[in-house]
Design a protein around this ligand. Structure first.
Ligand code: PGA
Length: 256
């Protein structure tokens, strides 16, 4: 049985004060998730410490939204994996579509980050997903294959136990257009088949594949009910406890 993971990606939002308040509200409002599903929040870098402090001792975990593949050194403006480890921040989102399409990260760059995260003992959430025109041209599976092969190059079977994949169709991110539960499930099933052929059935069966792209309280249950959907990576709806808590609860209910 794969354990659900509901993750909130705050992107470049909140202040220290509103972020800490949101983190506390998530921890206090989602105690039904404790021991049942994994709950993760990913604040901007400057708020990793106060947000980690705010949820310490609770079931809520904290992750970063990105990090640098290089070891600490002369890389102005970057944050090393070692620094996340130092903070006790076990998760890092890598290859998010905004990193790919706004900041021009290639599969090769993302792969170096994935390998660096795994080498440090962190748990990467590797995001993959097609553009609207790629879907319209029936290229979705090819794009996913390329991003999986590129992002996971050199990752060992043993390391795969710490990897989570997030399928986030770019056309569904922040647009209000959600993939239908069937579209999500079919892309996830394809990803699982890829994992089976490039690793083995055990890896494919154990690895969690999250769906992301306009997940809201009113569509979370139907997405999470799909057999290959093991959680959600939530952007906009993770910024208000009142929006995020029902998504966590949908994961708790789907666990039964
Ligand atoms: P959204 O973002 O939920 O606002 O569509 C998802 C994401 O970018 O991870």
């Amino acid at each position: 049985m794969r354990r659900y993971l509901v993750a909130g990606n705050w992107k470049m939002n909140t202040t220290r004060e509103t972020g800490v308040a949101l983190a506390k509200a998530v921890a206090e409002g989602s105690t039904s998730a404790n021991g049942k599903i994994d709950v993760l929040i990913c604040p901007p870098f400057p708020y990793l410490i106060p947000v980690s402090d705010a949820v310490r001792g609770s079931h809520v975990q904290v992750g970063a939204q990105n990090a640098c593949a290089e070891a600490p050194g002369a890389f102005t403006g970057e944050v090393a994996m070692d620094m996340l480890l130092d903070l006790g921040c076990p998760w890092v989102v890598l290859g998010h579509s905004e990193r790919r399409h706004v900041f021009g990260e290639s599969d090769e760059t993302i792969n170096r980050k994935v390998l660096a995260a795994l080498e440090k003992g962190l748990q990467p959430i590797l995001c993959v997903g097609e553009l609207l025109e790629e879907r319209q041209e029936n290229q979705t599976e090819q794009v996913l294959d390329r991003q999986m092969a590129g992002g996971l190059a050199g990752v060992s079977t043993e390391q795969m136990s710490r990897v989570v994949i997030a399928y986030e169709p770019v056309w569904a991110i922040g647009t209000g257009l959600t993939a239908s539960p069937e579209q999500a499930n079919s892309a996830h099933a394809h990803l699982r088949k890829w994992l089976e052929s490039h690793y083995n059935p055990e890896v494919a069966n154990a690895l969690r594949i999250l769906y992301g792209g306009s997940v809201k309280a009113n569509n979370a249950a139907s997405l999470l009910a799909q057999p290959h959907v093991d959680g959600a990576l939530v952007g906009g709806a993770s910024l208000k406890a009142g929006d995020f808590l029902p998504i966590i609860e949908a994961g708790v209910q789907a666990t039964k």
